[in-house]
Write a protein that binds this ligand. Structure first.
Ligand SMILES: C[S@@+](CC[C@H](N)C(=O)[O-])C[C@H]1O[C@@H](n2cnc3c(N)ncnc32)[C@H](O)[C@@H]1O
Length: 171
């Protein structure tokens, strides 16, 4: 099972029709589409205009998505409500016209802000990709922050292959 399939299977029983969720890296819109079919409202962030365009096309039959063409580190400019679930699918947009990749310091800011908006029994899910330049640094910076902040990692998922993506389920 790939990491995206794992994430969808894991979070499906945790979200419901009254929830507000955030896709922190909209990309091709797979996570946004998964969420908007199941919850009341979804915010989807991406710094890439191309990603926002692709996501808009994927969710065109739904009217419960707020697309934000800005960094997820600025989430507090757009979100005022408590959030049930944040999904981060880090790395770069595959097959994109322009290379647009998540950066460790910006991701760290976004995770810190996400905790300010998280419901008491909410979840943050982060998938790290270790194979591209900067991917391992992003993983080490974030896992050091989680350990220094005594944040509970409820579950870790990774396939048994070198440099395979790592998904962390956080409370
Ligand atoms: C692996 S892709 C996401 C895939 C997506 N979740 C999907 O289901 O198709 C990573 C995305 O993160 C975006 N990204 C990079 N830095 C970002 C930032 N600071 N804020 C929001 N999105 C960012 C990239 O543009 C790229 O589209």
């Amino acid at each position: 099972m790939n990491n995206s399939t794992f994430v969808h299977k894991y979070v499906e029983p945790l979200i419901g029709s009254e929830d507000i969720c955030v896709d922190m890296t909209a990309g091709n819109g797979n996570d946004t589409l998964f969420l908007c079919k199941r919850v009341k409202k979804v915010y989807a962030f991406d710094i890439s205009e191309e990603a926002i365009r692709k996501t808009a096309e994927r969710i065109k039959d739904y009217d419960n998505v707020v697309l934000v063409n800005d960094s997820h580190a600025n989430l507090d400019k757009y979100i005022k409500e408590k959030i049930r679930l944040f999904i981060f699918n880090l790395g770069y947009l595959p097959k994109a016209e322009q290379y647009s990749v998540t950066e460790a310091s910006e991701t760290l800011k976004a995770v810190q802000k996400a905790y300010e908006f998280l419901e008491k029994d909410g979840y943050i899910v982060i998938t790290f990709y270790l194979g591209h330049r900067g991917g391992k640094d992003e993983y080490y910076l974030l896992t050091r922050y989680l350990s220094d902040s005594n944040i509970t990692i409820q579950e870790t998922y990774r396939q048994d292959k070198p440099d395979s993506p790592v998904t962390l389920i956080l409370r």
